[in-house]
Design a protein. Structure first.
Length: 184
């Protein structure tokens, strides 16, 4: 019998044409450089409907906490950090602190019943890729060159093969591709 909740670690992220997720100052204003009058979410709602929980790094968590909006997630958020000692009081019950080796963290999350995970944050994504723990990547490419900043991908000790299974064009300018990990 198939597992009714097969594990799947996916990323859903935007990048500049030259591969940066943030500019040299850590800014993400380039994400809004293409007019989007209908507020097309470019598949985000659909992706979240197939997600049990989020795993994000401390840096991404702090960026989200700094947005002047209500908490944007209705799913459990696991904050991966070896430096935080506790979730800030304002976010208790909204986020759960996890620490340690990624395989141990995933085991803990899976034991809580969450198997389809959205992995978010540049360093966190790079860490998951280094340990070959990403199954799907949905990458939205904004057609601008930032010339530097925070790269989506870091150095890898091994080659990882992915297959492009879908590509869509949004707003006549933005390309989104879905890649699935090819495993032997």
């Amino acid at each position: 019998m198939d597992n009714p909740n097969p594990a799947c670690n996916r990323i859903f992220i935007a990048t500049s044409l030259d591969g940066f997720i943030a500019d040299k100052d850590g800014g993400i204003d380039y994400l809004h450089s293409i007019p989007n009058p209908e507020n097309d979410d470019m598949g985000y709602t659909e992706m979240m409907s197939q997600t049990d929980a989020l795993v994000m790094g401390r840096g991404t968590f702090e960026v989200v906490c700094g947005f002047d909006i209500d908490w944007p997630y209705d799913k459990p958020v696991f904050v991966l950090s070896n430096t935080l000692t506790a979730i800030p009081q304002a976010y208790e019950g909204k986020a759960i602190l996890v620490k340690g080796a990624l395989t141990d963290v995933l085991k803990e999350i899976h034991e809580r019943g969450y198997h389809k995970l959205y992995i978010d944050g540049g360093k966190t994504i790079q860490s998951f890729l280094r340990e070959d723990l990403i199954d799907e990547m949905i990458i939205t490419t904004i057609p601008c060159l930032l010339g530097g900043g925070t790269p989506l991908f870091g150095s890898q000790d091994q080659q990882l093969m992915f297959q492009c299974v879908a590509t869509k064009l949004y707003l006549d300018a933005i390309v989104q591709s879905k890649f699935v990990r090819k495993r032997n």
